[in-house]
Design a protein around this ligand. Structure first.
Ligand code: HXC
Ligand code: NAP
Length: 281
């Protein structure tokens, strides 16, 4: 769907790039000519992904816990040795379903640390360097559809993703005139081991999620990667401060007062609801 040189020579860091959506974006960006850096906590996972994708183009694995500001600064310093990054994708996340009253302070800290503070650490580390050298840069944050409205049972994530979206919109304005673009994608459910094992751990939860989307299917990693490629490319240069929802219409189906009627009312019900033809006087 794109020219194969769409991201030629672009230097891109994807946090959480060793698995799931991050790995899918890494693969797509490499196919489009980018130089890709992936980071995560587990060295062996990163190395496996890097060796799997090496045939597609230059990929570098850097182990780093994005909660740790000093570790992020060291990682970004090491990337900058080869030249400035052009794109940062804040994709790393932590999440699980739980009743909020059962959560310990560490449970909150853990998710908020990865999702909100990790995004902040990486964004500021790159942003400050870009501003200092007047280098153009683009940040793409991976949010979730529940960020603007909140969601029961994933409260640490909901709080954090809401903060990530506020950061996206705020810096789009503050840094826009200095060449830095900020956008986000809010995906609906896309099967990955990391997300589905923690968020939809039982078959009936997957069925419930499928029933919530008008397309009656989950999104694919390829669809997400294509949207991400467009948003980090120069072709989308006038898109700034946007959160693009990619969920097959799931959010809107949930919001529409009467949208679930289609699942309950059958053909005969709709027929019986039609106005009766008046008989001639
Ligand atoms: C209650 C839990 C818990 C659970 C962990 N904790 N899991 N509490 N219910 N299911 C608590 C622990 O008891 C501990 O608190 C604290 O959280 C930290 O847990 P650790 O295991 O020590 O933390 P850590 O090793 O840093 O792991 C972080 C993690 C883990 C977030 C808990 O799940 C992780 O590593 N996740 C990374 C990948 C991931 O989550 N991917 C999914 C992204 S999908 P105490 O007090 O006991 O010490 C997504 C959107 C999906 O974000 C949307 C789908 C539609
Ligand atoms: P995933 O495979 O679990 O990806 C999460 C990645 O983050 C992992 O590679 C993990 O690697 C990394 N990570 C976690 N904590 C980290 C830390 N402290 N420092 C550095 N890296 C860390 O799940 P995914 O489904 O691909 O999720 C990717 C993104 O999409 C997330 O932002 C998620 O919120 C979002 N999202 C996903 C879905 C979905 O349905 N899949 C829906 C909406 C939004 P390590 O464990 O090795 O650190």
């Amino acid at each position: 769907m794109f020219r194969t040189d769409l991201l030629q020579h672009k230097r891109i860091l994807i946090t959480g790039g060793g698995t799931g959506l991050g790995k899918g974006m890494a693969e797509r960006f490499l196919e489009l000519g980018a130089v890709v850096y992936i980071c995560g906590r587990r060295e062996e996972v990163l190395q496996k992904t890097a060796s799997e994708l090496l045939g597609k183009g230059p990929i570098h694995a850097l182990s780093c816990d994005v909660r740790d500001l000093d570790a992020v600064e060291r990682m970004i310093d090491s990337v900058w040795v080869g030249g400035p990054l052009d794109v940062l994708v804040n994709n790393a996340a932590g999440n699980f379903i739980a009743r909020t009253e059962d959560l310990s302070p560490r449970a909150f800290e853990s998710v908020i640390g990865i999702v909100l503070m990790g995004t902040l650490h990486c964004t500021l580390a790159c942003g400050r360097r870009w501003l200092k050298s007047a280098h153009r840069g683009t940040v793409l944050n991976i949010s979730a559809t529940y960020a603007p409205v909140g969601s029961a049972y994933v409260v640490p994530s909901a709080i954090s993703k809401a903060g990530v979206e506020a950061l996206t919109r705020s810096l789009a304005v503050e840094w826009g005139d200095r060449g830095i673009r900020m956008n986000a994608i809010a995906p609906g459910p896309i099967p990955t081991q990391g997300a589905f094992s923690r968020l939809l751990p039982r078959p009936e939860l997957e069925t419930l999620a499928l029933d919530r989307t008008p397309l009656h299917r989950f999104g694919t990693i390829e669809e997400l990667a294509n949207l991400a490629a467009f948003l980090v490319s120069d072709g989308s240069g006038y898109i700034n401060g946007e959160v693009i929802r990619m969920d097959g219409g799931e959010f809107l189906q949930g919001a529409g007062e009467f949208s679930s009627l289609g699942r309950i009312l059958k053909e005969e019900d709709w027929e019986s609801l039609k106005p009766r033809k008046r008989s001639a006087p």
